[in-house]
Ligand binder design. Structure first.
Ligand code: HGY
Ligand code: MN
Ligand code: MN
Length: 409
């Protein structure tokens, strides 16, 4: 039996429809985890899973699963991604992998096809980690990278507990996070970077994901009068934070190393034009393919923090997230490559610069990822775009591979 043929138009229309939820005209869409917008998106995706004839299950950390039972149902193949976003996001990050998975189930139903093994589409909770840290929370629980109770107790930036927000939006499920342990997991995603487009290839076969480490830095100085306080007598928390942020950026600026560092949030107190800041808070996002170098960056941050304390500042460092660099299953990568070549795609074996739920699922079963190119490498930005033909081709490739795995004898 050959794989179902997906309906590319329906795929693209659904990506647009989902992308309208949480839209902040004209600045992209914002669907932070467990927000009202995330709730609306979850309800819509759940309705599409039901329309595709899937049985829908919600687990205790809010992961959503749509399952089509296989004829012999002895094992299951899983695909999936996330639908929560960063602030002012585009329409494709995460959503593409989820909508493509649903399209596979819908196409099987439309064409009267049932696989040998069960197929499951997963929608993982809080992949982005913008409102609740750590990121990848739903897949971390499955991978036992964090205890379920600890995940449910995580408090958001706005002071809400994960478990109470799950209840509030109606996604505090009863199913065990370990109800659907797959034989294989494949995630389809946009690259979110410039590599594929620059290579001229159309499909990325992702062999590994780089590691990341997130930190909240809080520096206490002494609020004081901007006019009367001589520079030599200041404990300016703002300047101390800016110098440290620039030092971290210069550490990563060494182009010979893959290390990247981002200060994505920055706030001063009391945040008044004529007051020397008494407190500064900022976050750092380190990424590197090499776990030892990632650890060196963390140690440098800790060393700079204690140097500030020697100068009379108070410094608190809080690790918000850490995920080591993860290799994917090379046999599965080879399988993806041959399916892509058979489909006439040009392929590039590559590393993912972005993190994904697949890096947690790789602890559970043989896992790999497929990328399609991001135009100008832009992502986490309303301008995030991929050619429609590439989106459809990637989804059909995922269909072909999942179908062959689900009917493998
Ligand atoms: O931050 C990331 O790499 C992903 O988008 N969550
Ligand atoms: Mn993202
Ligand atoms: Mn993503």
């Amino acid at each position: 039996m050959s794989a179902p043929t997906i309906d590319g138009r329906r795929l693209l229309d659904r990506l647009n429809e989902l992308g309208e939820i949480g839209r902040e005209t004209p600045e992209g869409c914002t669907r932070l985890a467990l927000s009202d917008a995330d709730m609306l998106a979850r309800n819509l995706v759940q309705s599409w899973l039901l329309e595709a004839g899937a049985s829908v299950h919600i687990d205790q950390v809010g992961n959503i699963y749509g399952m089509i039972a296989g004829a012999n149902n002895s094992s299951l193949i899983m695909t999936g991604s996330h639908i929560d976003t960063v602030s002012r996001a585009g329409k494709l990050d995460g959503c593409y992998g989820v909508i493509a998975g649903i399209e596979i189930l819908q196409s099987m139903k439309d064409q009267g096809l049932q696989p040998e093994q069960s197929l499951v589409v997963a929608v993982f909770s809080n992949e982005e980690g913008v409102r609740f840290s750590p990121d990848l929370l739903g897949s971390r629980v499955i991978a036992k990278d964090i205890d379920l109770d600890d995940a449910l107790a995580v408090e958001s930036r706005d002071g809400k507990a994960f478990c109470s927000e799950l209840k509030r939006i109606g996604f505090a499920g009863e199913a065990s996070p370990w109800k659907f342990l797959p034989k294989y997991f494949i995630e389809l995603h946009i690259e979110q970077g410039p590599v594929l487009e620059a290579s001229g290839k159309t499909i990325g076969i992702v062999e590994s994901v780089q590691g990341h480490s997130w930190w909240q830095v809080s520096i206490g100085g002494c609020a004081n009068h901007a006019g009367t306080t001589p520079m030599s007598l200041r404990k300016d928390a703002g300047m101390a934070a800016m110098r440290l942020a620039c030092l971290l950026e210069s550490l990563a600026a060494d182009a010979s190393l893959p290390l990247v560092a981002t200060v994505g949030t920055f706030s001063l107190e009391p945040n008044s034009i004529n007051v020397v800041p008494g407190r500064a808070r900022f976050t750092v996002d380190f990424r590197d393919t090499d776990n030892a170098r990632l650890r060196e960056a963390e140690i440098l941050l800790q060393r700079e923090a204690s140097a500030l304390e020697d100068q009379g500042f108070s410094v608190q460092l809080q690790n918000l997230s850490r995920a080591v660099s993860v290799p994917f299953d090379l046999d599965l990568c080879d399988r993806l490559e041959s399916a892509a070549v058979a489909q006439g795609a040009s392929i590039l074996r590559m590393v993912s610069g972005a993190s994904h739920d697949a890096q947690m699922m790789a602890k559970v079963c043989p896992t790999a990822m497929l990328f399609v190119p991001s135009i100008s490498g832009i992502s986490h930005n309303p301008k995030e775009k991929t050619l429609p033909g590439d989106l459809v081709m990637g989804a059909q490739l995922l269909t072909d591979v999942l179908w062959s795995l689900a009917n493998k004898h």
